[in-house]
Design a protein around this ligand. Structure first.
Ligand SMILES: Cc1cc2nc3c(=O)[nH]c(=O)nc-3n(C[C@H](O)[C@H](O)[C@H](O)COP(=O)(O)OP(=O)(O)OC[C@H]3O[C@@H](n4cnc5c(N)ncnc54)[C@H](O)[C@@H]3O)c2cc1C
Length: 397
């Protein structure tokens, strides 16, 4: 797949990453899935290729690349190994971009240094009783003298146990117990007492990155750990969630990359595999399937690139990011499923990557805002209304 409108630098970047993806990254993908081990060697590859923290401004050691540059990298990597694609998302978007936009100088330096040296930050929002309705979170940070004391539980935290830097969302209370809003705190695992990884979720796919339950038990943090956007704590969650639009575009890109990888495998196989004395791509039923797959991918890619471009100088537009994620995540599942069908029984075998891709791609209508919740975001933006079933920060910027 290729979309028009890429600069010559972007085409070069894309070609360079495609080569890396097709070589060492692709060779490790099955093993990463089978062993469920975080691919630290791929992190080193990304670091050496200067693909970690590309979006970090140059003054903090990054390259100041734009969202579309990051998308091209994520797309190419995900076609070979979705776990490696996700590492590229979370070292260029999401928590790191929130800190780089809203953090203090000290916080920006800390986060940039950690990411550039190979850390994939974790973003901790979801709780057992507060998923789509994140405003219902009960993790709390109580101001006590010159520190905050954090208590609560988060679950399904990507990277729990491998990530060091954590951006933890909690309801903030002043000394008198008055709620001040939802704040994001930076904490480093292994350097912060009371931050405990208590369970690894047994996931369907994307098995090379742990999804974890994290408990905060009287975790003490200084006020300097709190990331405070310019509009203050009351609007802080909305602002920090605005940064999350970049992560949403990144998640859509992983789904796109997986589906493109599966489509290419199906296209190649359709020429190689003969039945009834001819390549199977001479059957019109499969030709139309290929046509439909390519149309879905082309449309998804256009939406993703467009959403990425909308973030020039800031964060991707909330409406475009939501539209891109809903369309891409749902269509990518269908494309991978169709690609698997091309292989007949072989597609169902763990010896080929199709079954892994089918498990991996299934996640993207769930994590980072479900397709249903993002449809609420789209509807709210179209109707210019704060819908009752959306929460601050998702229903409005
Ligand atoms: C692999 C993976 C990685 C993740 N990584 C992270 C992470 O790093 N950090 C983090 O904080 N979270 C993470 N999550 C959690 C993810 O963001 C939540 O799962 C998601 O927000 C949905 O919350 P929930 O699972 O509690 O589902 P629920 O909110 O309980 O939703 C259940 C169902 O109800 C629907 N629903 C809910 N509200 C509405 C509504 N208003 N209108 C229509 N339908 C609705 C949902 O769409 C869904 O189908 C991850 C999840 C997965 C699967």
């Amino acid at each position: 797949m290729n979309a028009s409108g890429l600069s010559s630098d972007q085409l070069k970047l894309q070609a360079r990453v495609r080569e890396l993806a097709a070589g060492p990254v692709a060779r490790r993908a099955a093993e990463v899935d089978r062993t469920e081990q975080y691919p630290w060697d791929n992190v080193e590859l990304l670091k050496d290729a200067r693909l970690l923290g590309m979006t970090i401004p140059q003054q903090y050691g990054g390259q100041g690349k734009n969202w579309l540059d990051a998308v091209l990298v994520i797309e190419a990597l995900s076609a070979a190994c979705s776990v490696t694609g996700r590492i590229a998302v979370e070292t260029n978007m999401g928590a790191i971009s929130a800190v780089m936009a809203y953090g203090s100088e000290e916080q920006k330096k800390l986060a940039a240094d950690m990411v550039l040296s190979g850390d994939k930050p974790a973003i901790c929002i979801t709780e057992p009783e507060a998923g789509s309705d994140a405003n219902g979170m009960t993790t709390r940070a109580d101001k006590k003298g010159n520190r905050y004391v954090v208590n609560g539980r988060k679950h399904w935290i990507t990277g729990g146990g491998v990530s060091r830097l954590h951006l933890i969302f909690a309801k903030v209370y002043d000394e008198k117990g008055n709620e001040e809003g939802i704040g994001g705190f930076l904490a480093i695992r292994d350097e912060t007492q009371g931050l405990k990884i208590t369970k690894r979720e047994p996931t369907m796919g994307l098995r090379g990155i742990p999804e974890a339950v994290i408990d905060f038990e009287d975790m003490e943090l200084p006020p300097s750990a709190l990331v405070i956007p310019p509009r203050g704590l009351k609007k802080g969650f909305a602002d920090l969630m605005n940064a999350y639009n970049s992560q949403r575009v990144g998640a859509a890109t992983v789904a796109l990359g997986i589906a493109e990888g599966a489509y290419q495998l199906a296209l190649d196989w359709s020429e190689k595999r003969h039945q009834f004395g001819r390549p199977i791509n001479e059957f019109q039923g499969l030709q139309w399937k290929l046509a439909d797959m390519s149309i879905k991918l082309r449309a998804a890619q256009a939406l993703v690139y467009d959403a990425a471009r909308s973030g020039e100088g800031g964060f991707p537009d909330m409406l475009l990011a939501a539209q891109a994620k809903v369309f891409t995540s749902e269509n990518a599942i269908q494309v991978v499923n169709d690609a698997l069908q091309f292989f007949g029984a072989r597609g169902y075998s763990r010896e080929l990557p199709l079954e892994r891709m089918a498990r991996d791609v299934r996640m993207f209508t769930i994590g980072g805002g479900t397709a249903e919740v993002l449809r609420n975001v789209v509807a709210g933006a179209l109707l210019k209304k704060k819908l009752p079933q959306t929460r601050d920060g998702w229903g409005k910027a």
